[in-house]
Design a protein around this ligand. Sequence first.
Ligand SMILES: *Cc1c(COP(=O)(O)O)cnc(C)c1O
Length: 516
Amino acid sequence: MSMNMQGRPSAPAAASADAAPTVTGNRALMLEEPLIFEIGSTDVTGVDLEDAPAHASRLGGLTREAAIGLPGLAEGEAVRHYTRLSRQNYGIDLGFFPLGSCTMKHNPRLNEKMARLPGFADVHPLQPQDSVQGALELIHSLAEWLKTLTNMPAVAMTPKAGAHGELCGMLAIRAAHEAKGDARAVVLVPESAHGTNPATAAFCGYSVESIPANARGRVDTDALLARLGPDVAAVMITNPNTCGLFEPDLKRIADAVNAAGAYVYCDGANFNAIVGRVRPGDLGVDAMHINLHKTFSTPHGGGGPGSGPVVFSEALAPFAPLPFVVEQEGRFHLVEEESASAEDHGQSFGRLSAFHGQMGMFVRALAYILSHGADGLRQVSEDAVLNANYLLRSLDDLMTAPFGGTGPCMHEALFDDSFLKDTGLTTIDMAKALIDEGFHPMTMYFPLVVHGAMLIEPTETESKARLDQFITAMRAIATAATNGEGERFATAPHYAPRSRLDETRAARQPVLSWQG
Ligand SMILES: *Cc1c(COP(=O)(O)O)cnc(C)c1O
């Protein structure tokens, strides 16, 4: 049997040079894990079935000719395989996860408990509305909170992630222009915007034009205002932007964009930095998505689906998608059908997803909001900003912070690779060295406005002790790198189950099926 050993260091016990390699390849209780196709055998099943009685095949000419080669494992071995794999995974419940622009914060267990209440967990989206009044009320309450926190008059709850929210907002903007018979074709996107912004605009059929950043890491307002004109449908602007900086000109930009007949889409994924302190509605925003899986602590990715509600201004509210919840005389009602009258949501761009959105995430987000209260939410953003500035100022003497001179950052600290000049090392070597220290790396090479970016977002849920430990590790790595002692980083990680992989090749030529 040949195991998938790609990227594995030849001597497994790199931790201690004189330790003998083990026979199994396991290290203490960390077990080496082959692919599921490499364990068990294709002619084994976990259950014994009697031979089927004689019968005439009804498959016509479609009978399978060759074995399909499914892995065969007894239940116990299948459970162990996946449990072992899960131990090699890294998550927010294991340790610090400072991925910039991702807000990897603790997911309070109270939220999980609420989401598992049978009245929320066991409802079905096709149940009669009379039997799910509590669930509809919950969606309605969360919607009210989101409108209050943003000072926006309407919200669409159905988008299922941040990027999906961008699609929702841009479809509403397109519908609003179409309703006026205005065929604008261009969307302006600053360089400091998140990569999903230009992708969304292009997906909606717009041609995307980039607006440069200025030397302070903010959008070049003059360049943006100069480009406004009758062909511009919208500006998509991320605030706080992906350099972790507040865009102080947003109100001025929004007023000029609206005056030029276009709309302002604000990417609000970084709302964690300003929740309770800044209301995007006061800044003239027309549409903005909120990532419940960032600001409101619902699990990300593998931990569960995301949720990206979009708040809308008065101008765009009529074009928001269906369905939505309304309250009438104490009862909650789901508006699912398009109406004939324009005043009465007749201009909705239609449906964005099959049902009402991510119910489990709504429950968690509302539990989070109610357990924090208005003052607690304000403290969330203040602590997130404090933690990021603590990191920025604890590292900026050794590492280069390109906009560190422009004042405090918001919720994330941005460094570039100029301090690595002449060391032969790059951003990726720093990230891999961090893995050896037991930390998930920061976001690398993003944003693109600086060279070799390292974007660190600590969030408010990390303790000072944890931040100090991270700072100590970063300082040790940065010092070794700049003192010419960083040679070992070029081949790091040394202690991970797999060492340096050819990530470019893995992305460009992925091997997605097992050839035994
Ligand atoms: C995370 C993020 C997104 C995308 O959100 P998803 O839920 O991953 O689709 C968009 N913009 C910014 C600024 C983000 O940080």
